[in-house]
Design a protein around this ligand. Structure first.
Ligand SMILES: Nc1nc2c(c(=O)[nH]1)N[C@H]1C(S)=C(S)[C@@H](COP(=O)(O)OP(=O)(O)OC[C@H]3O[C@@H](n4cnc5c(=O)[nH]c(N)nc54)[C@H](O)[C@@H]3O)O[C@H]1N2
Ligand SMILES: Nc1nc2c(c(=O)[nH]1)N[C@H]1C(S)=C(S)[C@@H](COP(=O)(O)OP(=O)(O)OC[C@H]3O[C@@H](n4cnc5c(=O)[nH]c(N)nc54)[C@H](O)[C@@H]3O)O[C@H]1N2
Ligand code: SF4
Ligand SMILES: [Mo]
Length: 727
């Protein structure tokens, strides 16, 4: 029986809660950094820039980018510069909110909130089974908080199903790496941007989504060839030496065709293939079917450009391949990512400076969530289904091994479908905003409405999902708590408390402690009092894994080193500022070899037709907007840098056929919904395609809920729509 006993301390009283400082409640900010300045990593994107926060009496008054941090070298994008200003906002949740019997959300206190949380969820479990309560989390909390949430829900509360918004984002790369390399291991370090002589960016709009990585490309002294594979002429494509505006979702065909051309010309690295890989013979036979004719007809590219792409890969001494959401968010994302990995393997472009098959992550702590959130894998990159792994984690936890689930929980879309099938009745949403960001949003909102109890834990009480909640738990945000993030190049950096969290809001860490206490499993978390104590546990979880960090002494060591990239096993003296994986040609599969993996390409599931003749692409709109805009819309400076209302990018040819003029309001319609948007006429989208930024809530009313079969990641990027003039 996994249901836990009530805490031995007996019923909780309000007096207990009101003790000053307990669970961080009512506590004055600890002056973690009484000095004049302190450095910490940014809380938006996965670049992981360091920001120097200027303090007065331990409170932040301003910030500037850190000049001597190996990631950003004194640079920051607008979001980083404005990171402090979004903390003080009237939309911050300053107390818990609970929905009353009239259906209205009303402020309440923590004691009532905690009782409601425990009573409602435990009642649901009692009536509908242990697994009828699930959670959805994030890539935007410190690793210590993610591990706490994962351990609390799965070992403490006995939940089985929980996933994160990293499913929307990184799941494809995770599965691709695990299958190809034997572990989820992005191999690169950012100096590779500066050391390559050929840089290939596939489905990645670096200028907008990772502007400081783009700055690193600009510092490359080798005048690199930059090849951008993107259906749109993005800001990044405009700066490329070769832009390949392929048909959406034809990247896999393109990579297989390029592989065939490389093989036919003998432009491969035979000794690397021989010594470090498996499966090349089969791959080589397989790609023969991707003939020039097929390549041209499926990608819509011209043969000269395709051949030039192959020649540039061949002539480069240090070729790096980078990909992001144009690849991951696809009905065939995993095999597409592996088609890119195969190009790096067959040309031996991995493990050396300026090379690599490199997935760029998205959120500030996507990498932390991949390894330590206890969702898709057991803490520390372990496997729920492996008994030895469960035993190891149970020992570190100091608990019975039977408390560790022996199966994986459902991925995100199965949790959502589980609500529809009445298998999931209670949902706890932490640090993500699915009512805006999840695919096919009209259906998602209807589904969330069917829950018996929805808890949302967020910095703001105004998010689309919080407005649907039965209970809102007010969370401290970036700058208001301690912990660590892991960036795209596997660098662990620190996060500090430099600002007082407003009202009664608490760090997610303290909310989890409070819940453990009320739920009755506080005993399991006696050693989890502070983030730095949990960091010690993270080290133990990681021991002997490819992501081993037992050699990181403590938080101060991270400060001194300018962040540390995993792995750093105990006893390692390799404290170089830039470290990449696979320099010895050895991968993480048991035989030390990487695998060539491939599958026949599949057509886009939703084809255009006479009713919906345009392909809708979605993605990031500007460097000043973050996702569902709950944070970035709070900054007056950022608000000036992007359009307030939704707009659709449309090619002038498609516009004139529809008698649409610039800036007119139009209807964009798919089989799932319709929205109004302002028409922006631009040649950056090709005829037959339109683009909507994801930052406006309308966009996901149109998208199609299709998922990669291996990673279960949603295919946000392409579906069929029609655009019409409003008359
Ligand atoms: N300013 C800002 N920066 C961010 C974020 C943000 O919200 N705002 N979010 C962060 C997060 S979480 C993430 S995951 C990253 C995402 O970073 P990116 O993946 O770089 O951003 P997107 O704009 O989503 O998608 C990249 C490109 O994919 C293209 N694309 C669409 N379909 C295809 C296709 O079939 N093939 C190819 N080759 N390309 C295609 C789109 O045209 C788009 O230009 O950004 C991170 N950085
Ligand atoms: N159409 C389309 N849709 C997409 C995408 C796309 O390209 N196209 N991209 C997808 C991708 S890659 C991603 S990553 C998702 C992102 O989707 P979401 O995760 O839903 O987007 P965010 O706006 O970042 O939501 C984070 C929430 O956490 C809150 N928050 C911030 N910090 C904290 C904290 O410390 N604690 C707590 N408790 N809350 C906090 C914020 O206020 C916000 O409400 O969107 C996906 N949706
Ligand atoms: S590039 Fe990313 S990490 Fe750097 S300042 Fe901008 S949002 Fe922050
Ligand atoms: Mo993402």
């Amino acid at each position: 029986m996994k249901r836990l006993l009530r805490d031995k301390s007996g019923p909780l009283t309000r007096e207990l809660l009101l003790k000053p400082g307990q669970f961080g409640l009512g506590k004055v900010p600890e002056k973690t950094a009484p000095d004049a300045t302190t450095d910490m990593v940014c809380g938006y994107c996965s670049t992981g820039c360091s920001l120097r926060v200027h303090l007065k009496d331990g409170e932040a008054v301003n910030l500037t980018p850190t000049t001597d941090y190996p990631v950003n070298l004194g640079m920051a994008c607008p979001k980083g510069w404005e990171a402090l200003s979004v903390l003080d906002s009237p939309e911050r949740a300053t107390t818990p909110w609970i929905r009353n019997s009239r259906g209205e959300l009303k402020p309440t206190d923590w004691h009532t909130a905690m009782h409601a949380f425990v009573d409602r969820f435990q009642t649901i479990q009692h009536e509908h089974g242990q697994d009828s309560v699930a959670f959805l989390s994030t890539g935007q909390m410190p690793t210590e908080e993610m591990a706490f949430l994962g351990a609390l829900t799965k070992f403490g509360m006995g939940l089985k199903h929980g996933d994160g918004n990293t499913r929307q984002c990184m799941a494809t790369a995770v599965v691709a790496y695990k299958q190809s390399f034997g572990f989820d291991a992005p191999p690169y370090t950012y100096s590779d941007f500066e050391e390559s002589d050929v840089i290939v960016l596939v489905g990645s709009n670096l200028c907008i989504a990772h502007p400081i990585m783009w700055e690193r490309v600009m510092r490359n002294p080798h005048s690199p060839e930059i090849i951008v594979v993107d259906p749109r002429m993005t800001e990044t494509a405009m700066n490329a030496s070769l832009h390949l505006p392929l048909q959406p979702k034809s990247d896999q065909t393109l990579c297989y065709g390029i592989a065939r051309i490389l093989i036919e010309n003998g432009w491969i690295n035979e000794s690397f293939i021989e010594n470090s890989t498996n499966g090349f013979e089969e791959f080589s036979a397989f790609v023969r079917q991707y003939t020039d004719e097929r390549l041209i007809s499926e990608t819509g590219l011209n043969l000269d450009d395709v051949n030039k792409f192959a020649e540039l890969i061949h002539s480069g001494k240090r070729v790096s391949f980078w990909w992001t959401m144009g690849v991951n968010q696809s009905h065939q994302g995993v095999r597409t990512a592996q088609a890119i990995i195969n190009l790096a393997l067959m040309t031996g472009n991995i493990g050396r400076p300026g090379t690599g098959a490199n997935s760029i992550t998205g959120q500030c702590n996507a990498m932390g969530s991949r390894l330590f959130s206890n969702t898709t894998n057991l803490l520390g990159g372990h496997d729920f289904e492996n008994r030895e792994h469960r035993q190891k984690i149970a020992e570190v936890m100091g608990c019975d091994v039977d408390r560790i689930p022996s199966e994986n929980g459902w991925p995100y879309h199965q949790i959502i479908e589980g609500i529809l099938r009445e298998k999931i009745k209670g949902l706890w949403v932490i640090c993500t905003n699915p009512a805006h960001s999840w695919i096919n949003q009209n259906q998602c909102r209807d589904i969330l409405d069917r829950l018996d109890f929805l808890v949302v834990q967020d910095m703001y009480h105004t998010t689309e999902t919080a407005q649907q909640a039965d209970l809102i738990l007010p969370a401290a945000g970036w700058g208001e708590k301690e912990g660590t993030f892991i960036n795209s190049e596997r660098r662990i950096g620190r996060l500090k408390k430099v600002h007082k969290a407003p009202g009664d809001s608490l760090s997610d860490f303290n909310i989890f402690r409070l819940i453990a206490h009320y739920w009755g499993c506080g005993d399991l978390f006696e050693d989890w009092e502070t983030p730095d104590q949990v960091f010690e546990l993270l080290k133990k979880f990681s021991q002997d894994q490819p992501c081993d960090i037992t050699g990181i002494e403590n938080y101060s060591a991270l400060d001194r080193a300018g962040g540390i990239q995993w792995p750093l096993p105990a006893g390692s003296s390799d404290l170089a500022q830039e470290r990449r994986l696979f320099s010895d040609g050895k991968f993480f599969h048991s035989d030390g070899r990487a695998k060539f993996l491939f599958n026949p390409t599949r057509a886009m599931p939703e084809q255009i037709n006479s009713k919906f003749p345009l392909i809708l692409l979605t993605g990031r709109g500007s460097a000043s907007q973050w996702h569902t805009q709950t944070r970035t819309s709070q900054s007056a400076v950022l608000r000036k840098l992007y359009p307030e209302k939704i707009f659709v990018e449309l090619n002038p040819k498609d516009a004139s056929e529809r008698h649409i003029r610039a800036n007119e309001q139009v209807t964009v319609k798919s089989q799932r919904g319709q929205i109004r948007a302002r028409a922006v006429l631009t040649n950056s989208v090709k005829p037959g395609q339109v683009f909507l930024p994801m930052h406006y809530e309308g966009t996901n009313q149109l998208t199609l809920g299709i998922f990669d079969p291996h990673s279960h990641q949603p295919a946000y990027k392409a579906c069929a729509v029609q655009v019409t003039k409003i008359v």
